[in-house]
Design a protein around this ligand. Structure first.
Ligand code: EPZ
Length: 421
């Protein structure tokens, strides 16, 4: 398996272009199933997860062409299968996002139950609750779930999400766009990726209002046409590079980003003493202007502090003055990086979903393992400042979610080498 060798690198300096958001492009691709016309999606990041989603769509009947390095054309004249492939779903949880579109367009969808992953069980009960609210009949087998719409198709209704689940909000929204009547999703997720999906669906002819608030109204329509759309910039990639500038005490200009989506990260880094200049679609992060201090983090659904930035931020907090507390409220097991950072010399104590992070750690490079996408990024950040070299295994996690990862870091002065066993 491939590994990254991360060398202690000086302060990062220079400019980085942020790619289209992984967590936006996956639902956008699934939404293309809803129309028999061509959908063109721009700023598609070149990622393993995007390749997997392409395979899934093709297996369901989509015709996919690359119109350029980051431009995809998806046309689904007819849905040839309403069953997602077991192998593919097992590799990527986001595959469940084809369920809503299949149910909407063909009245039927069958998917293997997605396995949990390193960060938690990640059930899909809220997705299924939404489909049932729209009149679908569910059959849950040992390793699959099937949803079948009633004889009149899906019927709009009002439903409440016990937790503002991102995926459930997206899946239910995509099921409701072709339902008969009006659907209200209450306590909906408000992430920017939800808004991006609603904008794309509305370009296709859907009638969605309220995306980005906790109540989304979807007025069902008969059919959806094709549309062209540019993927929203990846706020988690942007946050990762903001932390790379801070942890290495460097100065990085982050381009093609939406600072409005980064407010919690900007606020927290400013509390630590990092200077951040904010532009319309860019920002400059200065970690080279003086001492940096501890702060406390609590992850929450958007617009709270993003759970996907928790582990990279924790790596940074091991290097500031003083002790910080980090509370993870979104996933039940998202501290897998703590043991790996501990191997590098960090002093972090955890109790349940709370971690106490001691600052001023003298990090030393060693062999560590990426346990999920963002934990892998956290280990790279720690490796940039640790003495010596840090060998990171299981890097497929990282490469599923960060486009041109090494290239972008190397351009900023980092020394990271990818080695294949
Ligand atoms: C999306 O996952 C993102 N993935 C995740 O990013 C992100 O961490 C997460 O939202 C939270 O922001 C994609 O968009 C592809 P959830 P999702 O449904 O939709 C529980 C990354 O690193 N839950 O909001 O799976 C669930 O167990 C990834 O890019 C239920 O209980 O997240 C979790 O504890 C990691 N029942 C919490 O809600 C359900 O039916 C949040 O999950 C669904 C979720």
């Amino acid at each position: 398996m491939a590994k990254y060798i991360v060398h202690q690198s000086g302060p990062l300096r220079g400019e980085v272009q942020i790619s289209g958001a992984k967590n936006a492009v996956l639902p956008l691709m699934a939404a293309a199933l809803l129309s028999e016309e061509e959908c063109v999606i721009r700023d598609v990041p070149i990622l393993r997860d995007v390749s997997l989603m392409k395979k899934i769509l093709t297996s369901l009947g989509s015709e996919i062409h690359e119109l350029g390095e980051n431009i995809l054309s998806v046309t689904t004249k007819d849905i040839l299968s309403t069953e997602a492939d077991f192998e593919l779903v097992n590799k990527m949880r986001a595959s469940i996002l084809v369920m809503g579109p299949l149910l909407a367009r063909k009245g039927r969808a069958r998917i293997p139950l997605p396995g949990g992953c390193a960060i938690g069980a990640r059930p899909i009960d809220l997705h299924l609750k939404g489909f049932e609210a729209l009149g679908a009949q569910l059959t849950v087998g040992d390793d699959y779930v099937e949803a079948v719409a009633g004889p009149q198709g899906l019927i709009g209704d009002t439903l409440y999400l016990d937790f503002p689940s991102v995926g459930a909000t997206e899946n239910i929204m995509m099921a409701a766009v072709l339902a008969d009547g009006v659907t209200y999703i209450e306590n909906a997720a408000k992430e920017p990726e939800i808004v991006d999906l609603a904008n794309f669906l509305n370009k296709m002819g859907a009638k969605i209002k309220g995306a980005g608030t906790d109540t989304i109204k979807i007025e069902g329509v008969k059919t959806l046409g094709g549309a062209k759309h540019t993927v929203v910039p990846d706020r988690i990639e942007a946050g990762t590079f903001m932390l790379a500038a801070a942890i290495t005490r460097g100065a990085v200009h982050i381009c093609n980003t939406l600072p409005d989506h980064l407010k919690p990260i900007i606020a927290k880094l400013r509390e630590c003493g990092v200077r951040i200049e904010v532009g319309d679609d860019d920002l400059i992060v200065r970690g080279d202007l003086g001492p940096q201090f501890a702060t406390d983090i609590k992850t929450l659904p958007y617009p709270g502090f993003p759970t996907d930035i928790q582990s990279p931020f924790m790596a940074y907090l091991t290097t500031v003055e003083g002790s910080s507390t980090v509370i993870e409220t979104v996933f039940e097991n998202r501290f897998m990086h703590v043991a790996q950072l501990g191997k590098m010399g960090a002093s972090i104590e955890t109790a349940g979903n709370k971690a106490n992070v001691r600052g001023n750690a003298k990090l030393r490079g060693c062999q560590v393992m990426a346990t999920d996408l963002r934990a892998g990024a956290a280990l790279v950040l720690a490796g940039l400042v640790a003495e010596g070299t840090t060998e990171i295994s299981e890097i497929y996690h990282i490469e599923r979610g960060y486009e041109k990862f090494i290239e972008k870091f190397s351009k900023l002065g980092a020394t990271i080498v990818r080695v294949d066993d």
